[in-house]
Design a protein around this ligand. Structure first.
Ligand code: 2HA
Ligand code: ZN
Length: 270
């Protein structure tokens, strides 16, 4: 690792450890086959002046869409084609720290080893740009392939986000509390495209977690562990629903009155 990066203080090192831990969870959960999934974290608020101004180890690469709200920001991003189980061992070896140029039109790699960022970089950076422009403190974008949630997107009924949300909320009280805004759904689009990024951002106006039809889940949050919890809880609900269906019955689910009671008890409509 770059000496300056190493010396950049505990904040960045701690964050890399937390990323590694969650990357391991994604693999253990069977959500990260081969090179499936990707992570980006805005590190700007954790970095010192020296790190923010590290010379680039690559020339700038053009971005398909400008991201002026995150100009000069630095991010950890997982590498394209890299296995999540390897990211878990060493995020810096299987990912990169990148900096957005001052004009918001390019990114450059500042970590020593020039690992090419995730194929979903257009989505990740456009989302960070959107979150920052909204004055949001959400600095994490986590994309993974949770089996049970993806399975449900193979049914047209679950492409209706309202139905998807209500079904998962009704399985366990935690789902209503931990995913208060419910989930958005993006119909299938080619992975890695600007179109997918735009459709996702539209859903993020109202939700913090979005399903990509027949592909996976994307969550945004202030903390990588929180993003994991949201997807983990949704998956738990999906498992309960599918177990019940597999056992031959349709689960009753919590009633509307019970869900409304939870919303009141936890101030979820604020
Ligand atoms: O391979 O998950 O969406 C990484 C992906 C693409
Ligand atoms: Zn994916």
């Amino acid at each position: 690792m770059n000496e300056k990066l190493q010396a950049s203080g505990n904040n960045i090192q701690n964050e890399l450890h937390r990323i590694a831990e969650v990357a391991g969870f994604l693999w253990q959960r069977n959500w990260a086959e081969a090179n499936g999934g990707n992570i980006s974290v805005n590190l700007t608020h954790l970095a010192d002046y020296e790190l923010l101004n590290l010379p680039a180890s690559t020339t700038g690469c053009n971005l398909a869409e400008e991201v002026p709200a995150i100009a000069n920001n630095i991010f950890y991003v997982t590498g394209t084609g890299k296995r999540m189980r390897d990211v878990a061992k060493s995020p810096i070896e299987f990912g990169a720290i990148i900096r957005i140029t001052a004009d918001g039109k390019k990114f450059e790699i500042i970590s020593e080893k020039p690992v090419k960022p995730t194929s979903e970089l257009p989505s990740h950076l456009s989302i960070h740009n959107f979150l920052m422009a909204k004055g949001n403190s959400k600095s994490v974008v986590l994309h993974t392939h949770p089996t049970e949630l993806i399975a449900l997107t193979h049914s047209n009924t679950f492409l209706n986000a309202e139905h998807f949300t209500q079904t998962l909320w009704a399985m366990i009280p935690e789902a209503r509390v931990i995913i208060p805004k419910g989930l958005g759904v993006v119909p299938y689009l080619l992975p890695g495209t600007v179109e997918l990024a735009r459709a996702t951002i539209k859903q993020l106006e109202k939700h913090d977690v979005v399903m990509w039809e027949k592909h996976g889940t994307l969550a945004v949050g202030e903390d990588i562990a929180d993003c994991f919890d949201v997807i983990d809880t949704l998956t738990k609900s999906a498992r309960i629903y599918l177990f019940a269906r597999t056992a031959g019955f349709v689960p009753h689910g919590l009633t509307k009155a019970q869900l409304d009671e939870l919303a009141r008890a936890f101030n979820l409509n604020l």
